[in-house]
Design a protein around this ligand. Structure first.
Ligand code: PAF
Length: 309
């Protein structure tokens, strides 16, 4: 039913469509401007339909496709955005080297059953330029862990997600648990903006080795990919050993494990309260705990986390 409706609406957007693999299914629609997307989503053909948003920076992998799958199950229309957001990169080299695999991304999204892909330009997302004096009050979340090592990162994430939420007005927003702190920041953003959007956090998808799926993995050599599984092993090590009392020793051991595996720089191994990310120095044996890691291998910075108790 919905697919038929989309097919009808699609006629209005003929130029902006991407051919579905199967000739019998509705084409996925590609939209490049906020005005077109907004007009499309608020058009009367889609009235009453629920919308799921999966924001991405492209270089898609199974983790992203899992989010599309969830959105397809939980909402009527899935919108995926692909936008490498310049304001969230504190390191210009990281931005310049961020993998771009657009053709493949569209192929994968299409295959996963995504309905609409929003593919804006930088000027579309930032019509008034990249500088802004507005800041989001994220409290301490902004300056710990990722915030400490990537100053300004979460302000940039909030700017782009704020804009996407205003354009798409989704019922549900789907994010991966791999970016644990980002999920907490965006939960806070939704509260700050007082939006009705429900945030759904989807479990991390891993390679068989335990390595979390990430766009940055594309930049790893085969050997580094094997070694990088030590992040997962270090978190499992903490899960297996953490007992009530001082947490520090397990952090030291996990850090040694990463160094031994070939990680050249470790930003943090942290044991934190899973609900608010405050550091756990002495575990009471009851508080729910998450282990978070950020470390470099082969010049690539990887992050991961594991809920352990
Ligand atoms: O997680 C990401 O890929 C990005 O931070 C996001 C949420 C798409 C915002 O640019």
């Amino acid at each position: 039913m919905l697919k038929n409706e989309l097919a009808k609406v699609h006629k209005l957007h003929r130029k902006a469509t991407y051919n579905r693999l199967s000739p019998n299914s509705t084409p996925m629609i590609l939209i490049k401007t906020a005005a077109d997307l907004n007009q499309y989503l608020t058009g009367k053909q889609l009235t009453g339909k629920t919308i799921g948003l999966v924001p991405t920076m492209g270089a898609l992998h199974k983790g992203h496709l899992g989010l599309i799958e969830y959105s397809n199950k939980k909402t009527n229309i899935t919108v995926a955005s692909i936008f490498v957001n310049p304001t969230q990169f504190n390191d210009p080299n990281d931005y310049a080297r961020y993998p771009v695999t657009l053709e493949n991304d569209l192929f994968l999204l299409e295959k996963a059953g995504c309905d609409i892909v929003f593919l804006p330009s930088v000027t579309e997302m930032y019509p008034n330029g990249l500088n802004s004096s507005h800041t989001y009050d994220l409290g301490y979340l902004e300056n710990i862990l990722e915030g400490k090592y990537r100053p300004g990162h979460f302000q940039g994430v909030c700017r782009v997600v704020d804009t996407l939420l205003r354009i798409v007005q989704p019922n549900q927003l789907f994010l991966g648990q791999k970016d644990y702190q980002q999920c907490m920041v965006i939960k806070k953003l939704i509260q700050l903006l007082d939006l009705p959007t429900r945030l759904e956090i989807i479990p991390t998808i891993r390679e068989e080795s335990g390595l979390a799926m990430s766009s940055r993995n594309m930049r790893l050599s085969d050997q580094d990919k094997i070694s990088a599984a030590a992040i997962y092993q270090s978190m499992v090590f903490i899960r297996e050993h953490l007992t009530q009392g001082l947490a520090k020793n397990w952090i030291i051991e996990a850090t040694a494990l990463l160094t031994h595996a070939g990680f050249e720089k470790i930003d943090y191994v942290s044991i934190a309260d899973a609900d608010n990310l405050t550091e756990i120095v002495t575990w009471d044996g009851k508080t729910s705990v998450v282990v978070l890691v950020a470390a470099f291998i082969g010049g690539v910075r990887l992050i991961d986390n594991l809920r352990i108790a």
